[in-house]
Design a protein around this ligand. Structure first.
Ligand SMILES: Cc1cc2nc3c(=O)[nH]c(=O)nc-3n(C[C@H](O)[C@H](O)[C@H](O)COP(=O)(O)O)c2cc1C
Length: 367
């Protein structure tokens, strides 16, 4: 491998915080917490390897944000009380020990929750059967249950859960930054999605209304953690239960979504597509990362989607991305950055790591 990868190793500053390079681990749910949502010693070892391997940023998996409807998976970690928040401390220390930047991803599963020890039913924007099937590798089976449409009070509670959990992530666990999970079919994305949200109040209808919950969540998190903590939002079109979804408003929707996040003061926007460099819409034209940069020029753009292909990762930096985030490539190569800088071949991703259940395996920790 003799391509020049130096641009991937240039530092960047996000809201006053120095990040040592452009390579980040993407958030990945691994259902390895205790049954009551505390992070485990296995998780500490799992996350530490990415930082030791040279990633400038390590993002956690989606962490549930309240003790009502947020939890999505059995053995998913939470940030909803003192014990859960304290359990993240060794993970954050392990990440920071190697000079990496630690991001906590805050997630509310909404209508596609498939395992919640606090509630039996699920909630979402509208009482509409979610597409797709539960994920077996996260202990799911069959279809998702029919959610109840959220009341105003439940919406306020969900926003508050994000804000309080973000506060605990920063103040107790010691994370450097928080990412609000607004993507991939979870609660905030359900509100954004035309067919999942048929509300006729201020939370539904036009794109400006459908993005409101993401914006209000962002504002509440910002108010809770303060101006100096980097806060970002992850955005996608595709979903875990509907891979090929596209925004009906195409670039105009991108303008509304990214533009309003920029106006609200998002420090970073994390966009994900199956292949990050492809045109965002069937008609061709710019990719989602290009659109994020176009409409949120001051936010750092984190781009995700098959960017373990190094040529594509380098091209992404020319195409509007400030940081590339790597999922499967990082599972296969927890030392991905080190391999690049030392010209060691990358390993291919082996999907059997994630089966039959997607929990962290001892064989990975030995890599
Ligand atoms: C096992 C697994 C778990 C994931 N869990 C999350 C998650 O908790 N939050 C999230 O935003 N994305 C999650 N993703 C999506 C990844 O962040 C990423 O978007 C996806 O793997 C595509 O990037 P890649 O091509 O680099 O693998 C997960 C992906 C995998 C493979």
């Amino acid at each position: 491998m003799d391509i020049d990868t130096s641009t991937l190793f240039a530092p960047i500053v996000i809201n006053g915080h120095a990040v040592k390079n452009r390579l980040s681990v993407a958030p990945m749910t691994r259902v390895t917490a205790t049954q009551d949502g505390r992070a485990t010693e296995t998780m500490t070892r799992y996350y530490e390897r990415f930082a030791r391997g040279g990633f400038g940023t390590v993002s956690t998996e989606g962490i549930y944000t309240d003790q009502a409807f947020a939890q999505g998976y059995i053995h998913q970690p939470g940030m909803t009380d003192e014990a859960q928040s304290n359990s993240w401390k060794p993970i954050v220390s392990g990440i920071k020990a190697h000079g990496a930047f630690a991001i906590a991803q805050m997630m509310h599963a909404g209508a596609i929750s498939q395992g919640n020890r606090f509630r039996d039913g699920t909630v979402g924007p509208s009482a509409i059967q979610p597409k797709g099937k539960q994920m077996t590798f996260y202990h799911g089976k069959d279809r998702y249950v029919l959610p109840a449409a959220m009341t105003e009070e439940q919406i306020a509670d969900a926003i508050n859960g994000f804000a309080e959990s973000a506060g605990r992530a920063i103040e107790i666990a010691g994370f450097d930054a928080v990412e609000i999970h607004g993507a991939n079919g979870y609660l905030l994305d359900q509100f954004m999605t035309d067919y999942a949200n048929i509300r006729t109040d201020e939370w539904g209808g036009a794109t400006e209304n459908r993005v409101r919950l993401t914006l209000e969540t962002f504002k509440a998190v910002r108010a809770r953690v303060g101006a100096k903590v980097p806060v970002g939002v992850r955005i996608s079109q595709g979903k875990v239960n509907d891979f090929d979804h596209k925004w009906a408003g195409a670039e105009r929707d991108a303008e509304i979504i990214f533009g309003s996040l920029a106006e609200a003061g998002a420090d970073f926007i994390h966009v994900t597509e199956y292949e990050a460099w492809k045109p965002a819409f069937p008609s061709g034209g710019p990719s989602l990362m290009q659109l994020a940069k176009r409409y949120a020029p001051k936010a750092a753009v984190l781009a995700n989607g098959s960017l373990h292909k190094v040529e594509q990762a380098l091209a992404a930096l020319d195409d509007g991305a400030d940081i590339v985030t790597i999922g499967r490539g990082a599972l296969a190569n927890p030392d991905f950055p080190r391999r690049l800088s030392e010209h060691v071949a990358l390993r291919d991703f082996d999907p059997t790591i994630l089966g039959p259940i997607a929990n962290v395996k001892e064989t990975e920790l030995a890599m």
